[in-house]
Design a protein around this ligand. Sequence first.
Ligand code: 1HN
Length: 375
Amino acid sequence: MTSDTTTSAGRTDEESRLAAFYSDLASVDLYPLWTITRDLLPPTPRPRAVPWLWNAQVLGELAERALALVPVERGGERRVLSLGNPGLGGLPYAAGTLWGAIQCLGRGETAPAHRHTPGAIRFILSGDGVATTVDGDVCDMHPGDLVLTPSWNWHDHSSTSDGPMLWFDGLDLPMIEALDAVFFEPYPDFRQPDVTPHNRSETLAGPGPRFVSGAVRDVVAVDHSPLLVYRWQDTDRELSRLAAESGEPLVSLEFVSPATGASVLPTMNCAMHRLVPGARTLPVRRTGNAVYVVHRGAGSSVIEGRRFDWSQGDMFVVPSWAAAEHNSGPGADLFSIGDSPVLRALGIYRELALDTPQQVTGVFTPATLDDSVTP
Ligand code: 1HN
């Protein structure tokens, strides 16, 4: 029989053999590359997460309602409202690799001790009198401070205040989940002992620099920073020094390990950006996702052609390779987290500076609360 013999089913012999071949492939869980229609190798990254912004007033109001309505207990562990990027189809992640959230703790409360392989950072928004104990070191927290809870370090949060504290949580959880490497363990007691003196890492961390100029670093390290708290006064002083020295509209510093000069966590970098009043930057594309928290001031960012107006306490996402440029009105300080240390370590970090401002094709309108459901 020749290959073009037509069978009773109206197929040539070859067509029949091909159909049987595809059916056999599927039956043993094999996919031939030439039939895969999803774009495996797009010319540039196509993150599913979209540029997005959460409004400070909405976040604050809902955090207050959570404080009034929901206790902090074992199981739930934390009173956290996670930023869910609408591009991610219902996942509670700010971007494909990053968790971002607002967390609140009320007067006298403790969020129970546990540890997990995802690493976390806290950036304090408001309130006072909370300490996070990190593997036995009680770290006092104040607005503008950055506190690290590195991978597999025991951590709990305790309030000795008579008011609530709010902070931003950044975690590498989606990345660790993608690597199938999430482990979690509750601490045997509700909280770790409150040992004195507090803030030991600040005296033991060594004299190395705690900040470097520039938002993205080449130095990568497997270890996290021995310094667990970066104080706002130090960050502010360094930003002022850099701004005066450079004369640039935007200065960025990265928080680094004083021991190695590498990012604070092996998986995440933390940076602070100061825009002078009236600053305008040109657009840049960078690989890696980033979440920004407006610490002070107001301004706007154009991300992939859409303008996002922001002010203090707002949080927004710049997904990988999205063109982003920033403008400030009265001046602003922006805190950011990003996953670029991982891209750096793997040799796949890229940056592309664009030389003209983007055309603004739309203005983002943040979600607001519907008055009819707000009591
Ligand atoms: C976590 O442990 C904290 O310790 C905050 O405060 C947010 C989100 C997902 C998983 C663990 C915390 C978290 C988290």
